[in-house]
Design a protein around this ligand. Structure first.
Ligand SMILES: N[C@@H](CCC(=O)N[C@@H](CS)C(=O)NCC(=O)O)C(=O)O
Length: 78
């Protein structure tokens, strides 16, 4: 099982799309981290190098783009 963490921001429609998918698929174990928390924001920048959300980390490796993230998560369900 891969370790999955989603960095998100309230009010971001791309984040909402990904979070909704996770909510509908509770078998996905994804830790959700709000970047309103300065520690999470700092980690987002350090890990991903881009100040953009959503960002998913897969065993510590960053993935941006909500469409790619949802596709990756779908593949985990297969
Ligand atoms: N194409 C991206 C768009 C993500 C995006 O624009 N996120 C906004 C928040 S809603 C953001 O982080 N903007 C800051 C930036 O792009 O520098 C996706 O689908 O994930």
């Amino acid at each position: 099982m891969k370790e999955l963490k989603l960095y998100y921001m309230e009010g971001c429609p791309f984040c909402k799309k990904v979070r909704k998918f996770i909510e509908k698929n509770p078998e996905l174990k994804v830790e959700e981290l709000d970047i309103a928390d300065e520690k999470n924001h700092k980690d987002l920048l350090e890990i991903g190098g881009q100040d953009q959300v959503p960002m998913l980390t897969i065993d510590g490796k960053p993935m941006y783009e909500s469409g790619d993230i949802v596709k990756f998560l779908k593949d985990q369900l297969a």
